[in-house]
Design a protein around this ligand. Structure first.
Ligand code: 7TS
Length: 419
């Protein structure tokens, strides 16, 4: 993964950062202290982000790109500065290439609708991987059904890594798009993006990277990666819900027709036609998520303070610890590669126990995990299980919390097997 220079190399002090997160001090109704291991679904927010939301509504709020009054100008400035902060985070060449969307899902749908519908023809091929989240899968199925394109799949190994030989076999002149997640939300696998992008470009294909599980957890540099599109969500990186980002290469974004029509995305409207505004506004029809963007910028500031390289290293330590502790739990099977090849995500199954029952019993111990197919049904079919239980970490989790996972699981197994 491309690492940017800015990161601090000092060790991460989770206890210190936790103090900024009021919710992490929650005690549950049954008296258990919260252990929040559901960060791949959504993270929690520090005070600084919550205060940015409150402060904007209390002092600066107006609609953007419409008004000339003082509040409107202040809000315009904050909104523009939010875009610039996101630009810096991913090292995009210009802020116009950062489009605010409503989340990773809406960013990917934007590309499928706009770029996909204008570029793809019958018989063209879209290359996906078996580990994609439904958000990076269903929009392509919908596109394929509309335009007659064909979806092909890069399979995974039993260890949860992409089969890179298959990538070579599957890439051809027919391949127009490779859409791949940077980090699997179930296996945790960190995919070799540089390699995939290089090979895809050599075949003439465009690459969309689903960064939902990567941008919050490690440095991502879109220019070093050379990806064509990158999509991610604010709520998985300390920001609010209802905001996401689509980054795109300028020549691609400029060639794409607007997806949603409405106010804010036009230069000129006549009775029978319109001309679209320049980037980024041509893709931001209607009143955008203004406060959400401003609060996302506060989240980016916060993440820069913690340091994304430090977060990545710290999560690796927690993941190693979790793998080691969970080894002692009878019949437990962890899906995905070894900790060194993945992010802070540990999905597992226990023989003859349903993932939901396990998650419910962990909740009694205060441990919040997710159970189910995690919006990756094809992946679970490949893994041969209907559901998994998933613990996913962030920099505010501690080794003491991870230590409680295995004993809580053993107690849960004991309870369930007695039933
Ligand atoms: N891509 C990946 C890899 C994801 O993990 C998710 C959400 C999305 C896209 C969609 O993001 P959204 O913000 O637009 O919904 N993943 C999960 C999850 O693993 N558990 O809950 C949501």
């Amino acid at each position: 993964m491309a690492v940017t220079a800015r990161e601090s190399s000092s060790p991460l002090d989770a206890q210190q950062w936790r103090e900024d997160f009021p919710i992490l001090a929650r005690v549950l109704p049954n008296g258990a202290k919260l252990i929040y291991f559901d960060n791949a679904a959504t993270t929690q927010r520090p005070r600084q982000v919550i205060e940015a939301i409150v402060d904007t509504y209390q002092r600066h709020y107006a609609n953007v790109l419409r008004g000339v009054h003082t509040l409107a100008e202040e809000t315009d400035e904050l909104y523009a500065s939010a875009r610039e902060k996101v630009r810096t985070l991913i090292n995009a060449p210009s802020a116009e290439q950062v489009i605010f969307t409503y989340g990773a899902t809406s960013a990917i749908n934007l590309v499928a609708r706009s770029w996909g519908e204008s570029m793809l023809r019958r018989g063209d091929e879209i290359l996906l991987t078996e580990m994609e989240h439904h958000s990076n899968l269903v929009p392509w199925q919908q596109l394929a059904a509309r335009c007659g394109a064909v979806i092909r799949w890069i399979p995974i190994t039993d260890d949860g890594l992409l089969e890179l030989d298959a990538l070579e076999r599957l890439l051809s002149q027919r391949t127009k798009l490779v859409a791949v997640t940077a980090v699997s939300n179930v296996l945790g696998t960190i995919n070799p993006l540089e390699h995939i992008i290089r090979r895809a470009h050599a075949a003439g294909a465009v690459v969309l990277v689903d960064g939902a599980q990567a941008v919050p957890h490690m440095p991502i540099d879109v220019q070093a990666l050379d990806c064509d599109f990158l999509a991610f969500s604010g709520h998985k990186m300390l920001g609010p819900t209802g905001i996401g980002v689509l980054y795109g290469k300028r020549e691609l974004l400029e060639s794409m027709p607007p997806f949603l029509g409405g106010g804010g995305m036009i230069r000129l409207v006549e009775m029978d036609r319109f001309t679209a505004a320049d980037l980024p506004h041509r893709f931001e029809a209607g009143t955008p998520p203004i406060v959400e963007a401003i609060a996302l910028a506060a989240a980016v500031d916060y993440l820069n303070q913690v340091g994304l390289a430090a977060i990545h290293a710290y999560e690796l330590m927690l993941t190693r610890q979790a793998h080691q502790c969970l080894q002692s739990v009878p019949t437990l099977r962890i899906f995905g590669p070894k900790p060194e090849q993945k992010g802070g995500i540990v999905s597992f199954a226990l023989a003859n126990l349903h993932a939901h029952d396990v998650a419910q019993l962990l909740d009694r111990a205060g441990i919040a995990v997710r159970a189910g197919h995690h919006c990756t049904m094809p992946l679970h079919k490949r893994l041969g299980v209907p559901a998994t239980t998933r613990a996913s970490f962030y920099f505010y989790n501690t080794p003491e919390e991870v230590e409680q996972l295995a004993p809580a699981l053993e107690r849960a197994m004991h309870t369930l097997r007695r039933k």
